[in-house]
Design a protein around this ligand. Structure first.
Ligand SMILES: Nc1ncnc2c1ncn2[C@@H]1O[C@H](COP(=O)(O)OP(=O)(O)O)[C@@H](O)[C@H]1O
Ligand SMILES: [Mg+2]
Length: 352
């Protein structure tokens, strides 16, 4: 399994055309995700430099692919235009707020039709169990009797094709994609729209466009049969790609998944900050993989510090992984019960 240090070392061998230094020491590696056999990061450059950095992106991908054990690599080159003074004034943001670089001009969001609530599942880091939680929470909402959809928006590593055995291209009716029906859920995945692994290399604007499209151009519900809740599995990380995605997505709330390790918790904090920046309420933290390997309890303290609820804790349990690998969420047993309890609390918080 490739290590973060090896990934960073490989990226450092590639010179940044602007500084002549390595990409890492030039601060060009953002939102680095290393998990199992895959890695990805965001290369954010000024619009004027986008063309110049395309070969850098290619070199970074080649360097990562050359690492032993590395199968899937995605380097996302983004070059977002900074908000103009005029668009900021229109959005009611002061020049000072923009200068701080913390606030971006809000982007128009479009709610998907006939969907009552949209809940995001996010994490600051890949591999913490975000998709596992998203799928199992969706299954728990369905057990509560809610009509439930799940959108796999993880452009770096879509999981639903595996975790729910989704395959095939979605059908279109009147220009709208029809979600796949699986285990009582209506499901869509960016993975269904990608052709092979190369399609993993999505540019920031492309990624957010694809997500907006899947969100608003999918027939999640109809007037007669609305969807009660749509669970969105966001890409991991807290970089600009994530910010753009959540800015454009009409989310009613978010849950953050974290493992007990301090590193992952620091990432959870960053994820909370990201949601705060766009006024999306964090409805709770979920501590995943507790037990003798990673410990327990870090999330309770962190939740208290952040002023958010600890929604629940999930043990590190091979059955969870096996269920995911087998394409079926946990349907019963103590872990399914924990998801049911979390789903009930979220139903209350979301006013469903
Ligand atoms: N509580 C758990 N116990 C055991 N394995 C888990 C647990 N949660 C997640 N996993 C496994 O860890 C891996 C990463 O989980 P995943 O949901 O894909 O993470 P993410 O979406 O955050 O990258 C998967 O193989 C998954 O089955
Ligand atoms: Mg995932």
């Amino acid at each position: 399994m490739p290590h973060r240090a090896a990934v960073l070392a490989a990226l450092e061998t590639i010179p940044d055309p602007r500084t002549g230094q390595g990409l890492v020491s030039s601060g060009m590696v953002q939102g680095l995700m290393v998990a199992d056999d895959r890695a990805g990061f965001v290369l954010e450059v000024p619009v004027a430099d986008a063309a110049r950095y395309a070969p850098v992106r290619d070199a970074a991908e080649a360097a990562l692919k050359a690492l032993p054990g590395m199968v899937r690599v995605s380097v996302v080159l983004t070059s977002e235009a900074p908000p103009t003074a005029a668009s900021s004034r229109k959005a009611g943001l002061s020049a000072a707020a923009l200068d701080q670089g913390r606030v971006r001009a809000p982007v128009a969001t479009e709610r998907p039709a006939h969907v009552r609530r949209v809940l995001a599942v996010g994490s600051g880091k890949g591999g913490v169990g975000k998709s596992t939680v998203a799928v199992n929470l969706a299954a728990a909402f369905a057990r509560c009797g809610l009509s439930t959809g799940i959108l796999d928006a993880d452009v770096y590593g879509p999981s639903l094709p595996t975790m729910l055995h989704l395959s095939g291209r979605p059908d279109y009716i009147d220009g709208a994609m029809v979600p796949l029906q699986v285990r009582g859920l209506r499901a869509m995945s960016v993975g269904l729209l990608m052709k092979g692994d190369d399609a993993m290399i999505w540019r920031g604007p492309m990624a957010s466009q694809a997500l907006t499209q899947m969100l608003t151009q999918t027939r999640w519900g109809t007037g007669a049969a609305p969807l009660d809740i749509l669970v969105v599995d966001l890409p991991p990380g807290t970089g600009d790609v994530q910010l753009t995605l959540i800015q454009k997505t009409p989310l009613d709330g978010a849950v953050i998944v974290s493992t007990p390790q301090e590193m992952a918790l620091a990432d959870a904090r960053r994820a909370h900050t990201l949601f705060q920046r766009v006024n999306i309420p964090t409805l709770g933290l979920i501590e995943n993989m507790i037990g003798p390997v990673f410990g327990q309890g870090g999330a309770a303290a962190e939740a208290a510090r952040l002023g958010v609820d600890l929604l629940g804790e999930l043990p590190l349990d091979a059955a969870v992984r096996e269920a995911g690998d087998a394409g079926a969420p946990m349907a019963s047993g103590p872990i399914a019960d924990r998801f049911d309890a979390m789903a009930h609390r979220l139903v209350e918080k979301l006013g469903l």
